[in-house]
Ligand binder design. Structure first.
Ligand code: GLP
Length: 258
């Protein structure tokens, strides 16, 4: 696990956008795994800026999002379909037919989850996966105690996750109880993973993810078993790491860019 500790959120965001753009330059037809949440908004804004500056094209890429709420139509303003259109797809040269999310309003959500998993496998699995981090250690919507080998399926959201996402809805009760999410096994098949987290509120879970035991109690800790993960965090999110000095010594260029 490569741990890059940035002085600020802004440079952490630039770093993630830079890794993303670099991969697309190297391999324009990369299969991208995309994430939602507040953390990713700044990354997508940066990617749009790179695209507008002619430094990044997504025209040949395909993308699969991590998750979607069960019961929300793609045009529902709180759906992740809507989020992706607003925050990224409408502003870059991604072809709509190459962007995929689970259909939250599918008549049979379980069948939809199976179909989505098969579509990811059919695309040759994810090349570059972007991840945020839930305060309870979830990745995608894989809540604590999720099987570390799971495939795309329906998950029941915890009270704390619904609470954390209630800010996007009119009320807590409007937050769906179920979501379709890529499984942890699905995510682990990605060739490369970049996880971004910032702020003091994530410090404890960041420490568990990087230095804690690998455990379904903190799903993100499974990333310790992945061959190519880069964790990009700011100082606030790094504040509870025991080996912080070590990570900073390994990557001094992060704090003093050339
Ligand atoms: C949601 C998403 C996750 C995301 C998490 C963190 O629950 N399903 O993919 O990582 O929120 O969100 P935020 O970036 O807003 O803290």
């Amino acid at each position: 696990m490569k741990v890059l500790i940035h002085e600020t959120q802004a440079t952490a965001v630039d770093c993630v956008a830079g890794l993303f753009a670099e991969r697309l330059v190297k391999q324009p037809d990369t299969v991208l795994g995309l994430a939602t949440g507040g953390t990713m908004e700044a990354v997508y804004a940066r990617l749009i800026a790179l695209h507008q500056a002619g430094q990044m094209s997504m025209a040949q890429a395909r993308s699969f999002n991590l998750d979607e709420y069960v019961g929300l139509r793609p045009d529902h303003p709180c759906s992740y379909w809507y989020y992706m259109r607003e925050k990224l797809f409408a502003h870059v040269d991604m072809r709509p037919e190459n962007t995929f999310l689970p259909c939250g309003d599918a008549a049979d959500p379980e069948a939809e989850a199976d179909r989505y998993e098969a579509a990811i496998v059919g695309a040759g699995d994810i090349g570059l996966q972007l991840l945020g981090l839930g305060a309870n250690g979830h990745i995608g919507f894989n809540e604590p105690t999720s099987s570390l080998a799971s495939h795309t399926r329906i998950k029941t959201l915890t009270h704390s996750t619904r609470d954390a996402n209630a800010r996007y809805f009119d009320s807590f009760d409007d937050v769906p109880r179920l979501a379709i999410t890529m499984g942890i096994g699905t995510i682990m098949r990605a060739q490369e993973i970049v996880l971004l987290a910032f702020g003091e509120g994530k410090a404890e879970v960041v420490a568990k993810m990087i230095e804690g035991p690998v455990s379904a109690a903190c799903p993100a800790s499974v990333l310790q078993m992945h061959r190519k993960v880069t964790v990009v965090i700011d100082e606030a999110a790094a504040s509870k790491l025991s080996l912080r000095d070590y990570y900073e010594a390994v990557h001094p260029e992060v704090r003093a860019p050339k």
